[in-house]
Design a protein around this ligand. Structure first.
Ligand code: ADP
Length: 259
């Protein structure tokens, strides 16, 4: 991969979009999409014009998490209007296929779908387009990293060794393709019992901070494991919008201010 990033092949920056930020993880299930949604809504909460692109073609989860369904429309039969909720413009493969329909596609089709979701969507004027990448270091990640002028990538990991191992791979991938790593978010960092206040470090603690120090990147946030994060996300009302005064929502807004 080293040196394969060829600027000549890059798509031009999506017109009107000032910066594209990818949210990535080495492993699935660590809370990458949850972070991407709350980061996007946190950016909107601090006054930014924000778009959110679900680059997970095989398992799009943003429509449900962002509480929006339906089909995007087109005025000219070519370009699609993005969907919009909570002040954020959103595009996902989930709007274009039925929720339980599998995407049985090979890599080049994924690549062209991603390019269309960037280039053939009327994003309008945006300060930031947040891209929720699928987990791992495969086709979609490479398309985004090599063909799209990314301002940087935010890596999400739990503190668990096995998740951090894969987070390191994600960092190394972005480094190989010259995408700046903006830093690491430790999700499910700890759990505080709502009844007795006891703090349990279910997936261990602090590993992402140590990993950030090891790689010389910023440690961006510690997000606790919290019932409300999961519930609000399942209900399509992310915690940043449904309970903006909660400490977790504040942590996401801080993250939005940092990136
Ligand atoms: P990924 O995008 O990495 O696959 P998701 O964002 O889909 O992960 O999260 C996986 C599951 O964990 C979801 O059910 C989500 O609601 C839940 N989850 C994510 N972060 C938290 C958190 N901080 N507290 C509680 N549940 C969380």
């Amino acid at each position: 991969l080293g040196g394969q990033r060829q600027p000549a092949q890059q798509m031009p920056l999506v017109p009107g979009v000032k910066a594209i930020i990818a949210v990535a993880s080495g492993k699935g299930g660590v809370g990458k999409s949850t972070t991407a949604v709350n980061l996007a809504m946190g950016l909107a909460a601090i006054g930014q014009k924000v778009g959110l692109l679900d680059a997970d073609i095989y398992g799009p989860s943003l429509p449900r998490m962002a509480g929006i369904s339906g089909r995007p429309t087109s005025t000219d039969g070519r370009k699609l209007h993005p969907m919009e909720n909570y002040g954020v413009k959103i595009m996902s493969m989930g709007f274009l296929v039925d929720e339980d329909a599998p995407m049985i596609w090979r890599g080049p089709m994924v690549q062209s779908a991603l390019q269309q979701m960037l280039g053939d969507v009327l994003w309008g004027e945006l300060d930031v387009l947040v891209v929720d990448l699928p987990p791992g270091t495969g086709d979609a990640q490479l398309t985004m990293a090599q063909r799209v002028p990314l301002a940087g990538a935010v890596i999400v990991s739990t503190p668990q060794d096995i998740a951090l191992l894969d987070a390191r791979k994600a960092i190394n991938m972005f480094r190989k393709v010259d995408v700046p790593v903006l830093g690491i978010v430790e999700n499910m960092s700890y759990f505080c019992c709502p009844n007795c206040g006891h703090r349990a470090e279910i997936f261990a603690h602090g590993g992402a901070r140590a990993c950030a120090a090891q790689y010389g990147v910023d440690f961006l946030a510690e997000i606790p494991l919290e019932l409300a994060v999961r519930e609000t996300s399942d209900a399509g009302r992310p915690i940043v919008v449904s309970d903006p005064r909660s400490p977790v929502a504040e942590a996401y807004r801080q993250l939005a201010m940092t990136v």
